[in-house]
Ligand binder design. Structure first.
Ligand SMILES: Nc1ncnc2c1ncn2[C@@H]1O[C@H](COP(=O)(O)OP(=O)(O)OP(=O)(O)O)[C@@H](O)[C@H]1O
Ligand SMILES: [Mg+2]
Length: 323
């Protein structure tokens, strides 16, 4: 478990990159850090393996304050895929990938099979690529090697900073699937930085949304879609994704969500009580309104608010899940 306690980072030039961050990353979870450029994702990640020092607060790994652990030891136990690939140009692919196991004193025979397996997994035939140097590979291929290198020694914690950003959409989806699959079997704790909300929603157990060095929300993908904590999160997820999600989960009637205590003149917008949640949400989106009067048998029976519908939807799903 990785625990951030009131962690702040101010760079020498005065840039406050991280402000009072509190975060629990559970063992075996894949946590995605997401947010606009400059919000502090890479800084957060580099504070975990101490590539960047903390200005105040503490980071603990399995109850141990990381500032008390030797940097070398820390980094050997934390796999790291950096944002800009970071392979050693003078080493072959094989040497790059085997670096950490070798540094740990393992013999080549002990890790060679695993390296071949992983290279195959990311679509790089070992026989062809092992003896090549990084510059003899395309950018996307190099990035795959970076991923393999981080996994090769199976460290308990893996930090991945936009590891798939240079890949074409098809390879990217494949690797997302592989990573997700891999994570369910090897159960590593993975901190994954991405700009891509679909990627985060697809692979993460928990998503941490950041803005200007401050965490805006920590939630599982479904929860994030159901209950964005604020306008920033909402707009960052994108209205379209939220609605798609809700539409997929809402074939019930709106009846239960109508507020009949509100007695006011009929809105310009009127919907029928027999509408499904899905249709009502669609109506709100299309008409760009926040509420509407609800009619049953030609009589206004109350008001339906878009917000109430969205909040209530969360409750429905929880009940469903409990059954
Ligand atoms: N060495 C440094 N000195 C001063 N400021 C820095 C330094 N490194 C990063 N920053 C600043 O800290 C803030 C957070 O940077 P960081 O690299 O963590 O962002 P990021 O979320 O990873 O962005 P991106 O998505 O573009 O990679 C930015 O404002 C950045 O300019
Ligand atoms: Mg970054």
């Amino acid at each position: 478990m990785i625990v951030f306690k009131n962690v702040s980072k101010t760079f020498d030039d005065g840039t406050e990159a991280i402000k009072d961050m509190n975060l629990h990353i559970k063992e075996g979870q894949l946590v995605a850090l997401i947010g606009p450029s400059g919000c502090g994702k890479t800084t957060t990640m580099k504070m975990i393996n101490r590539l960047i020092s903390i200005t105040s607060g503490t980071i603990e790994i399995d109850g141990r304050d990381t500032s008390a652990v030797k940097e070398v030891e820390l980094r050997r136990n934390i796999g790291y895929v950096i944002q800009r690939i970071g392979l050693f140009p003078h080493m072959t692919i094989e040497e790059n990938v085997g670096l950490i196991p070798k540094l740990k004193g393992k013999k080549k025979a002990e890790y060679e099979n695993r390296v071949d397996e992983l290279l195959n997994l990311v679509g790089l035939e070992p026989e062809i690529y092992k003896k090549r140097y990084p510059l003899e590979l395309s950018g996307g291929q190099q990035q795959r090697v970076g991923v393999v290198r981080a996994l090769a020694d199976e460290p308990p914690i893996i930090l991945m900073d936009e590891p798939f950003s240079a890949l074409d959409p098809i390879s990217r989806e494949q690797l997302q699937d592989e990573l997700k699959q891999l994570q369910t079997t090897i159960k590593k704790t993975i901190v994954f930085v991405t700009h891509d909300m679909d990627e985060a929603l697809k692979i993460a157990d928990e998503i941490v949304v950041m803005k200007d060095g401050v965490i805006q929300q920590i939630a599982a993908p479904q929860e994030l879609l159901r209950n964005p904590a604020n306008e920033f999160v909402r707009s960052f997820i994108g209205e379209e994704r939220i609605q798609t999600y809700l539409n997929d989960h809402s074939s019930q009637s709106i009846h239960a969500f109508v507020d009949s205590t509100v007695t006011r003149p009929e809105d310009a917008y009127v919907i029928d009580a027999s509408l499904t949640i899905k249709d009502a949400v669609r109506y709100f989106i299309q008409q760009k309104v926040e509420s509407a009067s609800v009619k049953e048998n030609e009589k206004v029976i109350g008001v339906l608010k878009k917000d109430r519908l969205l909040t209530a939807l969360a409750g429905i799903d929880e009940e469903e899940a409990a059954r």
